[in-house]
Design a protein around this ligand. Structure first.
Ligand SMILES: Nc1ncnc2c1ncn2[C@@H]1O[C@H](COP(=O)(O)OP(=O)(O)OP(=O)(O)O)[C@@H](O)[C@H]1O
Ligand SMILES: [Mg+2]
Length: 269
């Protein structure tokens, strides 16, 4: 059965996209069928998969969502809207997606537009990974509405940890009103620097504050400049430098994700 994982944090630059890119690659290497969906108008994930000139694409996520919003014809065929890169299927984004929140405001069942699309295609996959934008606007609510679980990358910084409170409140609201089955995949510490006190302090704070209720992955993704280098070359770090500490981090994280299964909100309550 397919699992849809929303990779979410309204804080920018916490490695949502890098996590999506690398998790997709490791899952694919493990033999799973993976679809990634770029739900961010910055189109970073699209870029990380080496899809050039996204603004020139005939069909991007924006077009699929507008087809649903305008209640037009059927969605285009899979061949038209999915690009396969290194055996991972990608629904790309481009700058058009900046307009999606405005179009969603007056749409019927506006929180469920993305879900309509994902429901139609997810049966072909073991995992669908949704890379979200750094905001809690309508597009991100759409991501939450169709996710089975939420994966939250967090950097070991004070403001990043503080932002978790707002995010969790939002997810609880979603669970009450929009997607009662949503669960937590967990919180993943990214760009972790073992040598700094702050990294360790924030890790302890997150584990103490949230660990009772939400899985906090044992694996932390170490900080490495090579991740940025890999992104710039449209590669995952696991392919670009398999022995790099962040690459090993992403492989261990994926094993942990596969071995533990997701938590429900009820855990510890
Ligand atoms: N483990 C890491 N070590 C060092 N740099 C990293 C690591 N992971 C990601 N980065 C870098 O940090 C920056 C932000 O990463 P990324 O784009 O994945 O974050 P994001 O949460 O998706 O950002 P946004 O909120 O803008 O979508 C990028 O320049 C990326 O190359
Ligand atoms: Mg991103």
């Amino acid at each position: 059965m397919c699992k849809v994982i929303g990779i979410i944090n309204q804080k920018g630059g916490v490695a949502k996209t890098s996590t999506c890119r690398n998790l997709a690659t490791v899952l694919k290497d493990e033999g799973y069928k993976v679809l990634v969906v770029d739900c961010d108008n910055q189109a970073s994930l699209t870029d990380c998969f080496g899809i050039e000139d996204p603004d020139e694409l005939e069909i991007s996520l924006y077009d699929l969502m507008m087809t649903v919003i305008l209640e037009k014809d059927d969605l285009p065929s899979k061949e038209k809207c999915i690009i396969t890169k290194e055996n991972v299927d990608v629904i790309p984004a481009n700058t058009l997606l900046s307009d999606i929140d405005i179009n969603l405001v007056s749409a019927m069942s506006r929180e469920y537009v993305l879900k309509t699309i994902i429901e139609e295609i997810k049966e072909d996959y073991d995992y669908v990974l949704l890379d979200s934008m750094p905001s809690l606007g309508l597009m991100t609510l759409n991501v939450l509405a169709c996710s089975d679980t939420v994966l939250i990358p967090v950097t070991p910084e004070y403001l990043s940890a503080k932002g978790l409170e707002l995010l969790l409140k939002t997810i609880f609201k979603i669970k009450k009103r929009i997607n009662k089955n949503i669960g937590f995949e967990g919180i993943l510490l990214t760009m972790f620097d073992e040598r700094t006190n702050l990294s360790r302090e924030i890790e302890n704070m997150i584990r103490e504050s949230y660990g009772m209720h939400i899985k906090v992955f044992d694996t932390r993704i170490p900080r490495s400049v090579k991740v940025g280098e890999a992104n710039a070359r449209s590669k995952s770090i696991v392919e670009y430098m398999p022995n790099n500490k962040a690459a090993i981090g992403y492989k261990n994280f994926t094993s942990e994700l596969l071995s533990t299964g997701s938590d429900s909100y009820e855990r510890g309550n």
